[in-house]
Design a protein around this ligand. Structure first.
Ligand code: ACO
Length: 428
């Protein structure tokens, strides 16, 4: 009779073991009973880069990489991108349900109420070089917030967690916008609480001498949808950093700084910046075949292509392509789009990419949109970090309240030298 278990025979000893299978997984800790003798530590799983290891159970985001499905708390990303706002989505990601009208009003008020920064934070930003990368500024200043809100270390106090959540979601756009204004040598523009979350973000970025900044509604909605698409993506590198660092019970600002640092890398949130550099380097459609040849020869990667989980298509990339058309009607067409479209066409017909299941990911088109809207490339990972903060905080809270979780501490396979005696300096 079929049973939800796995029987393993250890050919070293001839012994058999039955391990329970739950939710499609065995517990790797159950392997430890498989030992050659009393002295043996027990069998471990070896899984560099967590290719096949679930580090947690989660109820937040569902991805089916083969079918190209992404859902937050059960809701398809396509429906949220069509009908929800970012703040509504952030509430859903954080609290598990779509907010009622009253809940949304309360939540929006709390977030907007916390957009202002302590004036001293400006001094940190002032201290950076004029050409400092805004992501470096964001990582450092969000970490610095922990010193302004020392009560944030009471991570098992639900009220404190709620307060820090409002602050984090509220202040990330302000930190990001101030970093941008600093790099441009522009005076900081303060939050305008009469605007929407993304409208206010655009205000803090682009307000010049006008008394009241009025965001273009199409661009405001485009940024809002981009934010929805980036709210969470289960156990990616940044979220894994958030959970791992948070598992030491540090305050959430320090953990968000760690997650944002992970997002900074060119293989993660830095990819859309790299996509644009790549498109500029290619320069014209005629140079694409030569570029593809180099990628296939292992000389660099086709940035914005490939994903650890999506092996069919990235559903976010499809939505982004649609937004691009709307944005370009306002901003004019970004000439890099033609190179991107041709690059995608050629790559999708090429055996190398087909065989390896490499498709455009969320970053392939987002950079082109952001550039058309006037964002410098350095701001791209920052534009990713702002909405991802809701996902990071949701995952952090889920980790804290999960009785099975402990401080994250993987094992290793030691392959270094056997014991040996210290050699004095003059004998080496
Ligand atoms: N261009 C060319 N070849 C690629 C690419 C690419 N973008 N991505 C993967 N490959 C190749 C690899 O060389 C490898 O080929 P091989 O089997 O002949 O050695 C094969 O495809 C498998 O690649 P892995 O590196 O094993 O795949 P992994 O799951 O580890 O990497 C990643 C996923 C990091 C996203 C990778 O596809 C990549 O570097 N892409 C470019 C960077 C990028 O766009 N990152 C954004 C990801 S989305 C996000 O973070 C929001």
């Amino acid at each position: 009779m079929a049973k939800d278990s796995l029987t393993i025979t250890d050919n070293r000893t001839g012994k058999s073991y039955e391990l329970p299978i739950q939710n499609g997984a065995i517990r790797t800790a159950d392997l430890r009973q498989i030992r050659t003798d009393e002295e043996d530590f027990g069998l471990m799983g070896y899984d560099p880069a967590f290719m096949n290891t679930a580090s947690c159970a989660s109820r937040i985001t569902y991805i089916d990489g083969e079918k190209g499905i992404l859902r937050y708390r059960g809701y398809p990303i396509e429906e949220l991108a069509e009908s929800a706002t970012y703040l509504e989505t952030a509430y859903l990601v954080l609290y598990g349900e779509l907010p009622t009208k009253k809940q949304l009003e309360g939540w929006t008020h709390e977030v907007i109420f916390h957009t202002i920064l302590h004036e001293n934070v400006k001094k940190f930003i002032d201290g950076f070089h004029h050409d400092a990368h805004p992501m470096g500024m964001l990582v450092s200043t969000v970490a610095a917030l922990s010193t302004f809100y020392p009560e944030a270390k009471h991570i098992f106090d639900a009220e404190s967690r709620k307060k820090q959540t409002h602050r984090l979601i509220g202040k990330m756009p302000t930190l990001a916008a101030f970093a941008y204004r600093h790099s441009r040598g522009l005076p900081y523009a303060y939050p305008d609480n009469d605007l929407s979350y993304t409208g206010n973000f655009l205000n803090m970025l682009f307000k010049m001498t006008e008394v009241t900044y009025k965001p273009n509604p199409i661009l405001e909605r485009a940024v809002d949808v981009l934010f929805i698409l980036h709210a969470d993506h289960e156990q990616n590198c940044g979220t894994n950093a958030m959970r791992s660092v948070g598992s030491s019970h540090v305050d959430p600002y320090s953990a968000v700084a760690a997650a944002a640092a992970a997002l900074y890398g060119p293989l993660h949130g830095g990819a859309n910046e790299e996509v644009l550099r790549m498109l500029m380097q290619i320069g014209s459609k005629g140079n694409i075949p030569e570029f593809i040849k180099k990628v296939k020869a292992g000389e660099g990667r086709l940035m914005g292509f490939g994903h650890r989980v999506y092996k069919n298509y990235d559903p976010r990339a499809k939505i982004i392509k649609r937004i691009a058309d709307q944005v370009f009607e306002v901003t004019g067409r970004n000439p890099l789009l033609d190179i991107a479209i041709e690059l995608e066409r050629i790559a999708l017909e090429d055996d190398y990419f087909i065989k390896r299941k490499l498709y455009p990911n969320v970053d392939f088109y987002s950079g082109i949109i952001y550039q058309a809207m006037g964002f410098p490339m350095e701001m791209f990972p920052v534009l990713f970090a702002i909405p991802r903060t809701s996902g990071w905080v949701a995952q952090w809270e889920e980790m804290l309240l999960d009785s099975e979780q402990k401080i994250a501490r993987p094992r290793q396979l030691y392959l270094g030298p056997a014991p040996r005696r210290y050699v004095p300096l003059d004998k080496r």
